[in-house]
Design a protein around this ligand. Sequence first.
Ligand SMILES: C[S@@+](CC[C@H](N)C(=O)[O-])C[C@H]1O[C@@H](n2cnc3c(N)ncnc32)[C@H](O)[C@@H]1O
Length: 306
Amino acid sequence: MNKANHNHQAVLMSEVLTALNPQANHYYIDATFGRGGHSSAIMAAGGKVIAFDFDQESIDQAQERFKHEIARGQLILQRENFSKMQATLENLKKSMTIEVSGILFDFGTSTDQLMSTSRGFSFESTDEILDMRMDNRLGVRACDLLKLLDERQMASMFQDYGGEEQAKAIARKIVAKRKTDPQALDRVATLVEIIKQVKRFNQHSHLHPATKVFQALRMVVNDELSNIEAALPQALAILRNSQATHKRLVCIAFHEGEDRIVKTLFKQWESQGLGTMINKKAITASEEELRTNPRSRSAKLRALAL
Ligand SMILES: C[S@@+](CC[C@H](N)C(=O)[O-])C[C@H]1O[C@@H](n2cnc3c(N)ncnc32)[C@H](O)[C@@H]1O
């Protein structure tokens, strides 16, 4: 369920198409289907897509919106974590021949998820439960973390994943709150209030005071960096094992931690002769895209050719 008019707008669309170079009737894996913006463009070029998303809402929407593509076998949807990409593909290959020509990752959350009601991703949805799971099969919600972690662990999380300068003070106040009223920490409003109390004198930032803490919680709840570390070597192996020619691995990162993993692995693989980076520097959004899609501000695209 979405609040009106907050549909996800795919980032770096023409740059993705240039890097992936989709060909008619070739197979591409879209590891992060979301609203299917990038997948639609691959299919418009005649490509076939095997799409992963671990969010049931993304899959449900896709089943309706792309029913014709699914019916003609141009789109195969998998509700699965992309960290299980290789095993999932092997399973599909038992019933069909698939040679993968390219794999795309567009990390993080979609605008639909951020604006979705009752999932607690947004600091603006103050009356919601602080959940933040993209995959509702995961066991631990953001509010559970606020009750489980000790003060030091919580401060490290806010610092390491969000770059939050006031991480220690915020963690201290959360721990104090859970001693008096732990149930209150289930709600988005309580966390936002605590953060505002700590950060009330910082008028300089253009960011909402809760941005960094919310990002850190979302990344930890969904194990985002570990999933990327697990998936990228599988993506390389899938492409190396494929009989297709001119294969491409394309990643879009929005967070320094994500981009560091991609950059380190791509450099390592290039030095081992396993692929060539298409651009030495990450590709970022054009002036025009920056004007029309604020989400593109932090997007960094890196691509490997095999
Ligand atoms: C930024 S959005 C992708 C948007 C998409 N490229 C589009 O054009 O609509 C990221 C999507 O990836 C999904 N996702 C994130 N991590 C995932 C993971 N480890 N496994 C599967 N899906 C994941 C999220 O649920 C979300 O729908």
